[in-house]
Design a protein around this ligand. Structure first.
Ligand SMILES: Cc1ncc(COP(=O)(O)O)c(C=O)c1O
Length: 369
């Protein structure tokens, strides 16, 4: 057995082995398709329609900096910038690549990154690839962030998520934006779990609170609520120029295809039409929270579509997920090291298309012996 196979064996022993599951039958309490857009016929037709109107080229043929740019790509980015009340938008093939390129390029030796302790792995990896000093602050803790900001005279960048992907709670954006402005720090907000879900037209949490002028940059990912894939960084005009010069995941990678740009454009045109889905999701969240509050169990406080039940121990949390699965419910066990030891959990994702009966069934299984 070589060292890599041994590492796999260790994972197995610790109940940590990752595999690639095929889509299971059963009730969806696990996907990020919060509004059902990944399965929406009308979005599909809109995408097909938009695809048939793009210049007839399949692949982009090169990086955006070489042969992969087009007037079409730039027009879609202008559309996104307008939608988000920003000066510029720059599209990446995924949220992971956007965070990797954006954060690593900004994390110069003259910069200090001040990060919420619960930020996503893609932001952490971006920070790791950069040269900046990194300081973590306690999750959503306004006193701690202020103390950490006082620790440096360098250019400061604060990294947060608007809806935290594992705990499902919201960032106190207004307060954090005020603190950032007081300490001359640039605020970057990852809106991965907020785009499509928050805001009158699904613009995300920052815009729904009218804070777009106080936030330096936002990462919009398209693979969750919006139902497609890809991402964009929106921010000031110079930030786009900066990424074109320094963001290695943009520079050294083939640009998205015309079809990808077309699907992004169709998705943005579709988001304002999803008010009914957003209302249905809100209703399901309220129902779930009420049931959660009436039940025992160590639930994390969250009023969003992400609800987590703490079940300490990798083995224990996997067993509970299997019990749910047997009852026809798909919900993911989140194990150490994805979350801290002792805070292993079942992460329930709610959707506009979940029914109250499905939620009742879920709580029935959780309380059954
Ligand atoms: C907060 C957050 N940011 C970024 C990403 C990465 O986005 P993508 O899936 O488009 O690579 C994710 C995905 O899990 C996420 O949860």
């Amino acid at each position: 057995m070589n060292i890599y196979q041994k590492a796999l064996e260790e994972r197995k022993q610790q109940h940590l082995l990752r595999t690639l599951p095929l889509p299971p039958d059963g009730i969806d309490f696990y996907s990020n398709d919060y509004l059902g857009l990944a399965q929406s016929q009308s979005l599909r037709f809109a995408i097909e329609n938009q695809c048939s109107n793009t210049p007839k080229i399949n692949g982009a043929t090169g990086s955006r900096l070489l042969s992969g740019n087009s007037e079409y790509a730039e027009s879609v980015e202008r559309e996104i910038a307008r939608f988000h009340h920003a000066e510029s938008a720059l599209i990446y093939v995924s949220g992971y690549m956007a965070n990797l390129g954006l954060i690593s390029s900004l994390a110069t030796r003259e910069t200090t990154l001040i990060c919420d302790e619960l930020i996503h792995a893609s932001l952490i990896d971006g920070a790791r690839l950069g040269h900046a000093q990194k300081i973590r602050f306690k999750h959503n803790d306004l006193t701690d962030i202020e103390q950490k900001l006082k620790k440096t005279n360098q250019q400061k960048i604060v990294l947060v998520e608007s809806v935290y992907s594992m705990d499902g709670d919201l960032c106190p954006l207004k307060e954090i934006a005020e603190i950032c402005s007081k300490h001359d720090a640039l605020l970057i907000v990852d809106e991965a779990h907020a785009l499509a879900v928050y805001g009158e037209n699904g613009e995300g949490l920052v815009q729904s609170q009218g804070l777009e002028d106080q936030v330096f940059a936002r990462i919009m990912t398209f693979g969750k609520g919006p139902g497609i894939h890809g991402a964009a960084v929106v921010g000031p005009a110079w930030l786009k120029d900066y990424q074109v010069n320094f963001s290695r995941s943009l520079i050294f990678s083939t640009a998205p295809s015309y079809h990808h740009f077309a699907s992004i454009s169709a998705m943005y045109k579709h988001l304002p039409k999803c008010g009914a889905e957003r209302d249905q999701l809100k209703e399901k969240i309220q129902y779930f929270v009420q049931k959660r509050n009436d039940s025992s169990g160590q639930w994390l406080e969250s009023n969003t579509q992400i609800q987590s039940l703490i079940v300490p121990g990798n083995k224990e949390v996997v067993e509970l997920a299997e019990k749910l699965k047997k009852a026809g419910i798909n919900a993911l066990p989140i194990r150490k090291p994805s979350v801290a030891e002792g805070s292993e959990r079942i992460r329930f994702c709610l959707h506009s298309y979940n029914t109250k009966e499905e939620i009742d069934l879920l709580f029935g299984v959780l309380t059954s012996p």
